[in-house]
Design a binder for this molecule. Structure first.
Ligand code: OGA
Ligand code: NI
Length: 371
C-alpha cells in the first residue's frame, strides 16, 4: 500500500497521496495496519537532510523556564478591581504572546472530558462507519479527513481531523456523528458563552467598548475541529501540525494531557504544558489585522510523538470559505492615529481562508494584505 521507503528518491507523490486518501481511514488507518516506517509523503522537508541536530529552528529542544501566561477568570464578576486586573493581564498576554491559558472559566470539567472522549470515540470507531464522513468537499458543514491541505501542502502531517461548521446559520444536529453528537452540542453552547466573555475582555484590552468585537461580528463564524494525533513510529521525521498561525480572530483550544503543542516566542519554541481544566486562547491573523499589529497572532505547532493518541479541539472564531455576504475588515479606525497609520488594506476574511487552503505553505499569509 502506501508503505513507501523514504530513503529512496523516485516515487510518485501524487499517487501515494491518492492511495492514502482513498483508504478513507486516515493516519489512524496506517497505525492500525502496523506501519513501522513513515511513508515519504509525511517526511518534512527540513528533515530530509537527515541531520536533525543541525536543523535548530525546527527540532531544538524547547525552552523550559518560560511559559505562556495563565489567567484566572474566577474573579471576573466579583466587586472591586478584579475585572480591570484581568483586562490588564489579557492585554499584556495579547501584546507579548498572542497566547494564554484561562482557568476557572465556569465550564464543568465533565464537559471538557466528555468532548475529548467523544472525539477519541469518533476517530477510533468502526472504520466503515467513519468512512461515511470522509470528504474533501470543504463546502460541507460536517466531515472528516486527514490534513485539510493534503494535495496542496508540500508535506503532510501525522493527524486526522473532524470538522464542523457550527455558525453562521443553523447546523442540523443530525449532520453531526451520532457517536459525539450530544457532547458537541453541549460543548459548543458552553464555549460560545466563554467566547462572548473573551471578546468583551479583548475589546476592553484594546480600550474599546466591551461589545465592540462582538458588534463587528467577530463571534459570528464558528469552525470547530477535533484533531486526533495517533502515536507516530518515527516522530522526528514529521509534525503533528507544522508551524502556522491561525486564520481567524480567536481560537479556543482544548488539549488533553499528552502535550506536544509549542508556541514560537522571542526566537524559541516554548512548550504549552497541559493544565487540567484549562483552555488555551490564541489570537489569529484576523485579530492581528484588525488591531493593526497591536495584538499578535503567534506561530505554533504540534510535534509528532511516539506516545498517543493525542486529542485536541480547536474552536475557531472565523468565517468559512463560502460565506455568502462576507463583511469587509481592516484595521479598526478607533485604534489608528497619525503615528499609527493602517498597515493592512480592507479585505474579506474568506479571501484569507482560501489563500491558506490553496497555497503550498505560506509562513505569513497576512503579508498578502499589507498596504
Ligand atoms: C490548529 C492547532 C493545535 C492542537 O488546529 O490550528 O494549532 O493542539 N491545533 O491541536
Ligand atoms: Ni493552530
Amino acid at each position: 500500500m502506501v508503505e513507501a521507503d523514504h530513503e529512496h528518491g523516485d516515487y510518485d507523490r501524487n499517487r501515494e497521496l491518492k492511495l492514502l486518501d482513498e483508504t478513507k481511514a486516515g493516519v489512524k488507518g496506517l497505525v492500525d495496519a502496523g506501519l513501522s516506517k513513515l511513508p515519504k509523503i509525511f517526511v518534512h522537508d527540513s528533515h530530509k537532510v537527515n541531520d536533525f541536530s543541525s536543523s535548530s529552528s525546527s527540532s531544538s529542544s524547547p525552552a523550559t523556564d518560560v511559559s505562556i501566561p495563565v489567567i484566572d477568570l474566577g474573579s471576573l464578576h466579583e466587586e472591586g478591581n478584579s475585572r480591570h486586573e484581568i483586562v490588564q493581564k489579557v492585554k499584556d498576554a495579547c501584546e507579548k504572546w498572542g497566547f494564554f491559558q484561562v482557568v476557572n472559566h465556569d465550564i464543568p470539567q465533565s464537559v471538557l472530558d466528555e468532548m475529548l472522549d467523544g472525539l477519541r470515540r469518533f476517530h477510533e470507531q468502526d472504520v466503515e462507519v467513519k468512512k461515511e464522513f470522509y470528504s474533501r468537499d470543504i463546502t460541507k458543514r460536517v466531515f472528516y479527513n486527514t490534513n485539510f491541505n493534503f494535495y496542496t501542502a508540500s508535506e503532510i502531517n501525522w493527524r486526522d481531523t473532524l470538522y464542523c461548521l457550527l455558525a453562521p446559520g443553523p447546523l442540523d444536529p443530525h449532520q453531526l456523528p451520532s457517536i459525539c453528537r450530544d457532547i458537541t452540542i453541549e460543548y459548543s453552547d458552553q464555549v460560545k458563552k466563554l467566547t462572548l466573555t473573551l471578546l468583551e475582555l479583548l475589546s476592553e484590552a484594546l480600550g474599546l467598548e466591551s461589545s465592540y468585537l462582538k458588534d463587528i461580528d467577530c463571534g459570528e463564524g464558528i469552525f470547530m475541529v477535533g484533531h486526533y494525533y495517533p502515536p507516530c513510529p518515527e516522530p522526528e521525521l514529521t509534525w503533528g501540525i507544522g508551524g502556522h498561525t491561525d486564520i481567524g480572530f480567536v481560537t479556543i483550544l482544548l488539549q488533553d494531557q499528552v502535550g506536544g503543542l509549542q508556541v514560537f516566542h522571542e526566537d524559541q519554541w516554548i512548550d504549552v504544558t497541559p493544565i487540567p481544566g484549562a483552555f488555551i486562547i490564541n489570537l489569529g491573523d484576523m485579530m492581528q489585522l484588525i488591531t493593526n499589529d497591536k495584538f499578535m497572532s503567534a506561530m505554533h505547532r504540534v510535534v509528532a510523538q511516539k506516545v498517543g493518541p493525542r486529542v485536541s479541539v480547536a474552536y475557531f472564531l472565523r468565517q468559512h470559505v463560502d460565506d455568502e455576504s462576507p463583511r469587509m475588515y481592516g484595521p479598526i479606525k478607533e485604534l489608528l492615529t497619525e503615528d499609527n497609520p493602517p498597515i493592512y488594506k480592507e479585505m474579506k476574511m474568506p479571501d484569507l481562508v482560501k489563500l491558506v487552503y490553496t497555497t503550498k505553505l505560506i509562513s505569513s499569509p497576512l503579508n498578502h494584505f499589507r498596504l
